[in-house]
Design a protein around this ligand. Structure first.
Ligand SMILES: [Zn+2]
Length: 203
């Protein structure tokens, strides 16, 4: 199976009419013009065309001419309409990649917005991913809000720590209920912790 690579496709025209005479064999009215696209694909999905040109094929001698071989006068009359344009479908991959990037971007923005909202109005049970420096390394752990007063926030601090985001995910799966230490901060201090908090989740 071919997973990715390049392909060549000659598009058929909607109406079949000849575009001229063959310079090669001299037959009158034997020349047909088509658009030929070369494109990258992954599986069956076209990513983007890297070449799009008009070719002519003589129905008599079967001579195929690429765009550089077609005489300029014929070419000009052709590009005006007879030949199909590159269909948008050949840009599918680029469109999908674009959508994916905007989705990631939008998710990032909404995550940042949520963090901002949750910091301003904390609730008991909010789960914070917190990073801190320890022996020159960045360590991460989980803080969970245990108690709130008018001017303070008390966290349960997870008993475990991780040195990577991946490790933190594992920690959350395995030790989601291992909290024994507590830490109280003022609401003003909470705002200062912002840059150390990578995400906040609320159930
Ligand atoms: Zn010919």
């Amino acid at each position: 199976m071919i997973i990715f690579g390049t392909r060549t496709k000659v598009l058929s025209n909607k109406s079949q009419s000849t575009t001229g005479n063959c310079d090669y064999c001299g037959t009158v009215g034997s020349l047909f013009a088509y658009r030929q696209i070369k494109y990258f694909h992954i599986f069956w999905i076209p990513i983007f065309p890297y070449s799009s040109q008009i070719i002519t094929i003589c129905s008599h001698c079967k001579k195929v001419s690429d765009q550089t071989q077609i005489n300029p006068q014929t070419l000009q009359s052709l590009s005006l309409g007879a030949v199909r344009k590159t269909p948008i479908g050949y840009f599918t991959g680029i469109v999908l990649i674009g959508l994916l990037i905007s989705a990631i971007f939008a998710a990032g923005i909404s995550g940042a917005k949520k963090k901002q909202e949750y910091l301003k109005d904390p609730k008991v049970g909010d789960v914070y991913e917190v990073s801190y420096a320890k022996n020159g390394k960045t360590m991460r752990t989980i803080y969970r809000i245990a108690k709130l007063t008018a001017d303070s926030v008390t966290f349960d601090i997870n008993d475990y720590e991780a040195d990577s985001r991946k490790g933190l995910r594992k920690l959350r799966e395995r030790y989601s209920d291992s909290y024994s230490e507590k830490r109280q901060v003022s609401r003003a201090e909470l705002e200062k912790m912002k840059s150390k908090i990578s995400s906040i989740e609320r159930l």
